[in-house]
Design a protein around this ligand. Structure first.
Ligand SMILES: Cc1ncc(COP(=O)(O)O)c(C=O)c1O
Ligand SMILES: N[C@@H](CCCC[NH3+])C(=O)O
Length: 444
């Protein structure tokens, strides 16, 4: 397993994160356990701040769908980034973390009336309008509230990002955004200009996630700038802001070669400025909304190994006490992860095994074919790069409680999400009186 951030191997031959022995963390907090390397998370925020904000005056907003909770929102705020939220729940979390609402951007392809009202009540910085239905709805709600909603229009730019089918978003055949090619986007701009309670600030696009091909960003910037020009020519409207989304790829597995944030910023900004110069237009204020490349590498999940099933000549299944409930990505996208035995990290690899989750589902496999020292029940397995889209996509399938999460930094771990218990699982269940199980009525 590649060591990332503050990971080191300590004198006991254990994996350490943020100066904390992960074997001790597993003992103290139980497993499965999400461990966030606070220093790495902050460093990733700073890399973006430097590459985009300090160099180009751009705004960086963290995509909280990758990992959202009170502590994470507070750290993002301390690091001077804004926040991308995609639901009332993420917005509520930001508000409870006292995140400055003027730096919150509210996304979503089907925001409810309640969510739109909430966004206006909280006075979020921008509402990212996805479609014409939402535009009409928002105008009416804003009129009722006596407000003018500051919006950006989400466009579908038809740019191909080289990534998994399910995490591409910018292509024409997509549920997100207003299509550029067929004139839908231009008519939406014209509609915005007619509406009394809408203030159009600019345009947004997001071409996909886990992207390594930086030219896709240059292409998206050019396509968006060309749209800015045609809208200027045809509707007399000059966009002040362009949000070019997120999506930078990270290291999960040995073939992944993530590109530095600075290179991403330079390639995209140079392409944008070049187009603006060619068209004789001012460079709009740029916003980017990375998620995975901030939170992803900073997370590691610890599991305890239990049952081991060896089928000689076929495969050795090693089961852990978590699985698709805390990390659905391998089952959903065939994502690959690296792992090590956190309690015996210096030992030579001795066998190839497959790591199974504990859900009642054959597809609940965390890692197929990973090389490890000879595995025993009770070993602690660490899986790296689990900071993004793991906790945030976790579920209670099979009524498994969600794991706890700790922040590890400066030789200290702090609980930031408490482990769910069984009582949490029935908290919202309602048992109608007539179904009281103490009354068994077999005979009619
Ligand atoms: C609109 C939008 N913005 C930002 C992101 C964050 O992307 P990533 O986590 O890949 O940086 C996503 C997710 O793909 C998204 O859909
Ligand atoms: N959930 C996806 C990414 C979705 C991107 C959100 N727009 C993943 O785990 O890779």
């Amino acid at each position: 397993m590649k060591l990332q951030g503050t990971m080191i191997i300590n004198d006991l031959g254990h994996l350490e994160i943020g100066g904390c022995d992960t074997v001790e963390l597993a003992k103290d907090y139980g497993t499965p356990l999400y461990v966030i390397d606070e220093e790495l998370f902050r460093q990733n925020c700073r890399d973006y701040y430097q590459a985009f904000t300090e160099t180009y005056g751009a705004e960086v907003i963290y995509a909280s769908k990758t990992l959202s909770n009170l502590a994470i929102c507070a750290i993002v705020n301390q690091e001077g980034l804004g926040l991308d939220v995609v639901s009332g729940g993420e917005l509520f979390t930001a508000a409870k973390a006292k995140f400055p609402m003027d730096r919150v951007y509210f996304h979503g392809n089907n925001k409810s009336v309640e969510e739109l009202k909430m966004a206006l009540d909280y006075k979020v910085g921008r509402i990212m309008v996805d479609n014409l239905y939402e535009l009409g709805l928002l105008n009416a709600i804003a009129a009722e509230a006596g407000q003018k909603a500051k919006i950006m229009l989400r466009l579908s730019p038809g740019v191909e990002a080289h990534t998994h089918e399910y995490i591409k978003t910018g292509q024409i055949d997509s549920k997100f955004g207003l299509t550029l090619e067929n004139g839908m986007a231009l008519s939406a701009v014209k509609r915005c200009l007619e509406l009394d309670n809408i203030e159009l600030k600019g345009f947004h696009c997001h071409i996909g996630s886990q992207i390594f091909e930086l030219q896709s960003y240059a292409h998206a910037a050019e396509v968006m700038m060309s749209f800015v020009r045609s809208v200027h020519q045809e509707a007399g409207y000059l966009a002040q802001e362009l949000n070019l989304g997120g999506g930078l790829g990270i290291y999960y597995f040995r073939d992944d070669q993530p590109r530095p944030v600075k290179e991403y910023a330079d390639i995209m900004m140079v392409a944008l400025k070049e187009k603006a110069r060619e068209f004789g237009l001012p460079v709009p204020k740029v916003i980017v909304e990375p998620g995975r490349s901030i939170s992803g590498p900073s997370g590691t999940t610890l599991y305890t190994i239990g049952a081991i099933k060896d089928i000689p000549g076929i495969r050795k299944y090693v089961s852990v006490d978590g699985g698709m409930g805390d990390n659905p990505r391998p089952a959903l996208y065939q994502s690959r992860y690296e792992a090590c035995l956190a309690n015996r990290i210096t030992e030579e690899d001795a066998e190839t095994v497959s790591i199974a989750g504990k859900c009642c589902e054959s597809g609940d496999m965390l890692i197929w074919d990973v090389e490890l020292p000879e595995v025993q029940a009770g070993d602690i397995l660490a899986v790296s790069s689990t900071g993004a889209y793991n906790y945030s996509m976790s579920m209670n399938y099979n009524r498994l409680p969600r794991p706890a999460m700790v922040l590890a930094a400066n030789n200290k771990a702090e609980l930031i999400i408490r482990r769910e218990d069984y009582a949490d699982l029935i908290r919202n269940d309602v048992l109608p009186e007539r179904l009281d199980s103490s009354v068994v009525n077999l005979a009619k």
